[in-house]
Design a protein around this ligand. Structure first.
Ligand SMILES: Nc1nc2c(c(=O)[nH]1)N[C@H]1C(S)=C(S)[C@@H](COP(=O)(O)O)O[C@H]1N2
Ligand SMILES: [Mo]
Length: 204
Protein backbone atom coordinates (compact mmCIF):
# COMPACT_ATOMS: atom_id res chain seq x y z
CA UNK A 1 0.00 0.00 0.00
CA UNK A 2 1.40 3.37 -0.96
CA UNK A 3 2.48 5.55 1.87
CA UNK A 4 1.21 9.03 1.15
CA UNK A 5 0.70 12.25 3.01
CA UNK A 6 -2.60 14.02 2.72
CA UNK A 7 -1.93 17.34 1.11
CA UNK A 8 0.55 16.05 -1.43
CA UNK A 9 -1.82 13.91 -3.46
CA UNK A 10 -3.72 15.02 -6.54
CA UNK A 11 -7.06 16.54 -5.68
CA UNK A 12 -6.15 17.06 -2.05
CA UNK A 13 -5.60 20.49 -0.65
CA UNK A 14 -2.19 21.97 -1.20
CA UNK A 15 -0.54 24.52 1.02
CA UNK A 16 -3.05 23.83 3.78
CA UNK A 17 -6.22 25.90 3.75
CA UNK A 18 -4.47 29.18 3.12
CA UNK A 19 -5.04 29.16 -0.64
CA UNK A 20 -8.61 27.90 -0.41
CA UNK A 21 -11.26 30.56 0.24
CA UNK A 22 -14.01 29.61 2.74
CA UNK A 23 -16.44 26.96 1.49
CA UNK A 24 -14.32 26.06 -1.56
CA UNK A 25 -12.72 22.74 -2.57
CA UNK A 26 -9.78 21.99 -4.86
CA UNK A 27 -11.03 20.72 -8.22
CA UNK A 28 -7.57 19.37 -9.07
CA UNK A 29 -6.69 18.89 -12.72
CA UNK A 30 -10.28 19.24 -13.94
CA UNK A 31 -11.77 22.50 -15.15
CA UNK A 32 -15.58 22.43 -14.99
CA UNK A 33 -17.53 24.24 -17.73
CA UNK A 34 -20.33 26.51 -16.50
CA UNK A 35 -22.32 28.19 -19.25
CA UNK A 36 -25.84 29.60 -19.12
CA UNK A 37 -26.12 29.93 -22.90
CA UNK A 38 -24.98 27.94 -25.94
CA UNK A 39 -21.28 28.17 -26.80
CA UNK A 40 -21.10 30.61 -29.72
CA UNK A 41 -18.99 30.12 -32.84
CA UNK A 42 -16.81 33.20 -33.22
CA UNK A 43 -14.94 34.19 -36.37
CA UNK A 44 -11.58 35.84 -35.66
CA UNK A 45 -11.88 37.91 -38.85
CA UNK A 46 -14.92 39.72 -37.49
CA UNK A 47 -14.18 39.54 -33.74
CA UNK A 48 -14.00 42.89 -31.93
CA UNK A 49 -13.61 44.14 -28.39
CA UNK A 50 -15.00 47.56 -27.44
CA UNK A 51 -14.47 49.83 -24.43
CA UNK A 52 -17.09 52.56 -24.34
CA UNK A 53 -19.52 54.44 -22.11
CA UNK A 54 -17.92 57.03 -19.83
CA UNK A 55 -14.52 57.19 -21.53
CA UNK A 56 -12.70 60.00 -23.36
CA UNK A 57 -12.08 57.80 -26.37
CA UNK A 58 -14.46 54.90 -27.06
CA UNK A 59 -12.26 52.29 -28.74
CA UNK A 60 -12.79 49.06 -30.64
CA UNK A 61 -9.96 46.58 -31.23
CA UNK A 62 -9.97 43.80 -33.78
CA UNK A 63 -7.99 40.55 -33.39
CA UNK A 64 -4.78 42.07 -34.80
CA UNK A 65 -5.21 45.32 -32.91
CA UNK A 66 -5.60 43.72 -29.52
CA UNK A 67 -2.58 41.46 -30.14
CA UNK A 68 -0.51 44.57 -30.89
CA UNK A 69 -0.92 45.70 -27.26
CA UNK A 70 1.70 44.64 -24.69
CA UNK A 71 0.99 41.07 -23.62
CA UNK A 72 0.28 40.26 -20.01
CA UNK A 73 -0.36 37.01 -18.18
CA UNK A 74 -1.86 35.70 -14.95
CA UNK A 75 -0.59 32.79 -12.93
CA UNK A 76 -2.68 31.76 -9.95
CA UNK A 77 -5.98 30.42 -8.74
CA UNK A 78 -9.61 30.80 -9.90
CA UNK A 79 -12.72 30.36 -7.74
CA UNK A 80 -16.26 29.48 -8.85
CA UNK A 81 -19.26 30.23 -6.64
CA UNK A 82 -20.39 26.61 -7.12
CA UNK A 83 -17.46 25.91 -4.71
CA UNK A 84 -14.67 24.69 -6.97
CA UNK A 85 -11.29 26.37 -6.89
CA UNK A 86 -8.65 25.62 -9.50
CA UNK A 87 -5.06 26.20 -8.42
CA UNK A 88 -2.15 27.35 -10.57
CA UNK A 89 -3.86 28.43 -13.78
CA UNK A 90 -1.95 30.30 -16.47
CA UNK A 91 -3.77 32.71 -18.75
CA UNK A 92 -2.31 35.12 -21.30
CA UNK A 93 -3.69 38.10 -23.18
CA UNK A 94 -3.65 41.78 -22.30
CA UNK A 95 -4.24 43.63 -19.08
CA UNK A 96 -7.52 45.55 -18.90
CA UNK A 97 -5.31 48.47 -17.80
CA UNK A 98 -3.82 48.55 -21.32
CA UNK A 99 -7.29 49.01 -22.84
CA UNK A 100 -8.29 51.65 -20.29
CA UNK A 101 -5.06 53.55 -20.84
CA UNK A 102 -6.20 54.06 -24.43
CA UNK A 103 -9.92 54.60 -23.80
CA UNK A 104 -9.29 56.83 -20.74
CA UNK A 105 -12.13 56.49 -18.22
CA UNK A 106 -13.81 59.77 -17.31
CA UNK A 107 -13.48 60.77 -13.62
CA UNK A 108 -17.15 60.02 -12.96
CA UNK A 109 -16.83 56.36 -14.03
CA UNK A 110 -17.22 54.06 -10.99
CA UNK A 111 -18.50 50.74 -12.39
CA UNK A 112 -18.45 48.70 -15.56
CA UNK A 113 -20.72 46.28 -17.33
CA UNK A 114 -18.86 43.49 -19.10
CA UNK A 115 -20.94 42.00 -21.93
CA UNK A 116 -20.47 38.90 -24.05
CA UNK A 117 -21.51 38.46 -27.67
CA UNK A 118 -24.18 36.05 -26.38
CA UNK A 119 -25.80 38.73 -24.21
CA UNK A 120 -24.43 37.38 -20.91
CA UNK A 121 -23.29 40.29 -18.78
CA UNK A 122 -21.83 40.99 -15.37
CA UNK A 123 -21.21 44.17 -13.39
CA UNK A 124 -17.97 45.13 -11.66
CA UNK A 125 -16.64 48.09 -9.71
CA UNK A 126 -14.05 49.86 -11.89
CA UNK A 127 -11.51 49.41 -9.06
CA UNK A 128 -11.80 45.62 -9.44
CA UNK A 129 -10.57 45.63 -13.04
CA UNK A 130 -7.75 48.18 -12.73
CA UNK A 131 -4.19 48.07 -11.34
CA UNK A 132 -3.29 44.63 -12.67
CA UNK A 133 -6.36 42.80 -11.39
CA UNK A 134 -8.10 41.91 -14.67
CA UNK A 135 -7.19 40.62 -18.11
CA UNK A 136 -8.69 40.02 -21.52
CA UNK A 137 -7.31 36.54 -22.23
CA UNK A 138 -7.02 34.25 -25.26
CA UNK A 139 -4.58 31.63 -23.98
CA UNK A 140 -4.81 29.01 -21.26
CA UNK A 141 -1.70 26.98 -20.41
CA UNK A 142 0.01 28.28 -23.54
CA UNK A 143 -2.76 27.17 -25.91
CA UNK A 144 -5.68 29.04 -27.49
CA UNK A 145 -8.54 29.32 -25.01
CA UNK A 146 -11.10 26.58 -25.77
CA UNK A 147 -14.53 27.75 -27.01
CA UNK A 148 -16.36 26.21 -24.03
CA UNK A 149 -14.12 28.22 -21.69
CA UNK A 150 -14.83 31.49 -23.50
CA UNK A 151 -12.51 31.24 -26.47
CA UNK A 152 -11.42 33.02 -28.47
CA UNK A 153 -11.45 35.71 -25.76
CA UNK A 154 -12.81 36.05 -22.24
CA UNK A 155 -12.54 38.41 -19.32
CA UNK A 156 -10.45 37.17 -16.38
CA UNK A 157 -10.96 38.72 -12.94
CA UNK A 158 -9.41 36.02 -10.77
CA UNK A 159 -9.71 37.73 -7.39
CA UNK A 160 -13.53 37.61 -7.68
CA UNK A 161 -15.85 34.60 -8.15
CA UNK A 162 -15.55 33.34 -11.69
CA UNK A 163 -19.04 34.39 -12.87
CA UNK A 164 -17.50 37.89 -13.14
CA UNK A 165 -15.10 36.53 -15.79
CA UNK A 166 -17.42 36.85 -18.79
CA UNK A 167 -16.72 34.33 -21.53
CA UNK A 168 -16.84 35.57 -25.17
CA UNK A 169 -16.55 39.16 -23.96
CA UNK A 170 -16.95 41.88 -26.59
CA UNK A 171 -17.65 45.02 -24.55
CA UNK A 172 -16.71 46.83 -21.37
CA UNK A 173 -18.99 49.80 -20.76
CA UNK A 174 -17.97 52.36 -18.15
CA UNK A 175 -20.79 53.74 -16.01
CA UNK A 176 -21.27 56.23 -13.17
CA UNK A 177 -23.43 53.77 -11.17
CA UNK A 178 -23.78 50.05 -10.53
CA UNK A 179 -26.21 47.98 -12.58
CA UNK A 180 -26.81 44.26 -12.21
CA UNK A 181 -25.76 41.70 -14.79
CA UNK A 182 -27.18 38.25 -15.54
CA UNK A 183 -26.30 36.33 -12.37
CA UNK A 184 -26.57 39.39 -10.14
CA UNK A 185 -30.21 39.84 -11.23
CA UNK A 186 -30.65 36.15 -10.42
CA UNK A 187 -29.45 36.48 -6.84
CA UNK A 188 -25.67 36.47 -6.97
CA UNK A 189 -23.71 39.16 -5.14
CA UNK A 190 -22.90 42.49 -6.83
CA UNK A 191 -19.17 42.17 -6.02
CA UNK A 192 -18.39 38.49 -5.37
CA UNK A 193 -15.19 38.41 -3.32
CA UNK A 194 -14.50 34.72 -2.56
CA UNK A 195 -12.40 35.54 0.53
CA UNK A 196 -15.40 37.41 2.01
CA UNK A 197 -17.72 34.65 0.73
CA UNK A 198 -19.89 37.17 -1.13
CA UNK A 199 -21.94 34.52 -2.95
CA UNK A 200 -25.49 35.88 -2.85
CA UNK A 201 -27.26 39.22 -2.59
CA UNK A 202 -27.34 40.03 1.11
CA UNK A 203 -24.00 38.37 1.93
CA UNK A 204 -21.61 40.77 3.70
N1 LIG B 1 -20.74 34.30 -21.35
C1 LIG B 1 -20.72 33.65 -20.19
N2 LIG B 1 -19.70 33.87 -19.36
C2 LIG B 1 -19.64 33.21 -18.19
C3 LIG B 1 -20.65 32.31 -17.81
C4 LIG B 1 -21.73 32.11 -18.70
O1 LIG B 1 -22.67 31.35 -18.44
N3 LIG B 1 -21.72 32.78 -19.90
N4 LIG B 1 -20.60 31.66 -16.60
C5 LIG B 1 -19.78 32.28 -15.56
C6 LIG B 1 -19.57 31.36 -14.47
S1 LIG B 1 -20.82 31.12 -13.36
C7 LIG B 1 -18.38 30.76 -14.28
S2 LIG B 1 -18.04 29.83 -12.91
C8 LIG B 1 -17.33 30.83 -15.30
C9 LIG B 1 -17.07 29.44 -15.81
O2 LIG B 1 -16.02 29.45 -16.71
P1 LIG B 1 -15.55 28.07 -17.28
O3 LIG B 1 -16.75 27.42 -17.95
O4 LIG B 1 -14.44 28.38 -18.21
O5 LIG B 1 -15.10 27.27 -16.08
O6 LIG B 1 -17.66 31.64 -16.42
C10 LIG B 1 -18.45 32.75 -16.13
N5 LIG B 1 -18.61 33.46 -17.36
MO1 LIG C 1 -19.80 30.01 -11.56
Amino acid sequence: MANFTRGFTGGARRGGDTRLPPGQYDTGATWPVLTAELTPTIDLDTWTMTVDGLVEKPTTWDWRGIHALPSSSYFGDIHCVTTWTKFDTTFAGVSVDALLEIAKPKPEATHVMATATTGYNTNLPLDDITDGKAWIVWEFDGKPLAPEHGGPVRLLVPHLYFWKSAKWITQIELMDHDEQGFWERNGYHDRGDPWLEQRYQGDA
